[in-house]
Design a binder for this molecule. Structure first.
Ligand SMILES: [Zn+2]
Length: 80
């Protein structure tokens, strides 16, 4: 009966340990998934042909020769 008690205690400890370990693994896995999806959601970055600054492609202005610019001023100064 004494051994049975220890077996139960050992089982509970092992189970608690396994659960806490799995929760941590799941936490890091979900964090990785979030950062991964964030990364895939991130827009392609383009470089301003005038000043070289990087900006999302949706905010970039397309100039002549398929070049991207950060602002209309930089696009205009490039064209003239
Ligand atoms: Zn620029």
């Amino acid at each position: 009966m004494k051994y049975l008690l220890w077996a139960v205690v050992g089982y509970l400890v092992w189970r608690w340990f396994k659960t806490s370990k799995r929760n941590k693994a799941e936490e890091s896995a979900s964090t990785a998934t979030v950062s991964q999806s964030k990364h895939s959601d991130a827009e392609a970055m383009v470089k301003c042909a005038q000043c070289g600054v990087h900006l999302p492609i949706s905010e970039a202005l397309l100039g002549s020769g398929n070049q991207f610019f950060c602002s209309d001023a930089h696009r205009g100064s490039r064209n003239t």
